[in-house]
Design a protein around this ligand. Sequence first.
Ligand code: LLP
Length: 396
Amino acid sequence: MADIVREVGTPLYLYSGPLVRSACARLERAFDSYPHTLHFAMKANSTLAILRLLRGLGAGADANSGGEIEAALRAGFEPSQIVFTGVGKTRDELDRAVALGVKAINIESDGEADRIDALARARGVKARVALRVNPDIDPNTHAHMSTGLRFNKFGVPIEFAAPLLRELARKPGLDPVGIHVHLGSQMLDVAPLARAARVLADLACEVRDAGVGLEHLDLGGGLGIAYDGTAHADPAAYAAAVLPAVRESGLHLLIEPGRFIVAPAGILVGRVADTKAYSGSPRFIVLDTGMTELIRPMLYEAFHRIVAVTPTEGPEERYEVVGPLCETSDTLGHDRPLGPVAVDDLIAVLDAGAYGFVMASNYNRRRMPAEVMVDEGGWRIIRRRQTYDDLFRNEE
Ligand code: LLP
């Protein structure tokens, strides 16, 4: 770590190739007994080196925007390995997906279905589509990460799904190939996922009886990790919960994990820029990294373990671990026990590999951090730190 930081500086995202591989392997093993494909949710981390690693492991991609489709292509995924999801896809994004012939465009509404149909007919092709349903199932997670409840903006309410699927099958520009659901994220309880699988399987059987034959069920992502370091939600329990219903459908299964694969494989490394301890106020550790690099604690009150890279012997104190930004919410850790900490020490924020770099910003004219991959006995920079020239490139 000292070598890397000497060369690359801080703040810095550091990823472990072996941890990405082992998380992927655990999921693959859990679903081994049933035909399935893992489509990595690129929104969790779309750095090209990470995508290429996952492509090499046989994963497909779940893209959520034109930019993510572009990233998938640049990482070497074939269009037939990409599913395209998203509320509010623009006509340009849809046309690009139709032209490429992606594995499935996950449809969000009947209006979107009509737009895809028109675009496909104009190109003289049939677009492969899946219907994203909203099953009104509570994922038991943070409210900001729930997507499958009736009042969430995602998908078509379940009671409208069967007639809409029959209608899709009648449109000359559409080839309905699947049903999609994504209940939410950071789920530690697999029971809601089992309920969603049941709803999808029943719907597939219902429309099959009406003559609409599908290829796949797509259960989305959502499997959580233990940010506090306790035991994980288990891929085996996940598979055991969803496979009975999926098996009855006989359809190929897609899953779109993001966090489970990359969160534990990444850390954010910062340096202590200042410390303050005045009586009557909390003790503060001020880092050179904060909400511009990792916004999860501020946005979701998310907990990330924070550790000294080289702990110093001595009594523990409780600290507010804060960033350098002009925002009170810029707190990475509240009331955290740490041993003696001095300016220039390195601090690591754990489980930052998912929804970390991808949600970074240039607020306060800060430059996006560098990213490094540790793998095969060595390390390499996979994204250079932005330069000040990068910051001003698009301005007149
Ligand atoms: N598929 C779809 C359609 C999704 O919307 C998502 C995540 C996933 C798959 C992957 O879910 P995962 O396996 O990573 O839970 N920024 C938040 C998480 C937002 C998740 C959005 N959708 C966070 O930092 O926790």
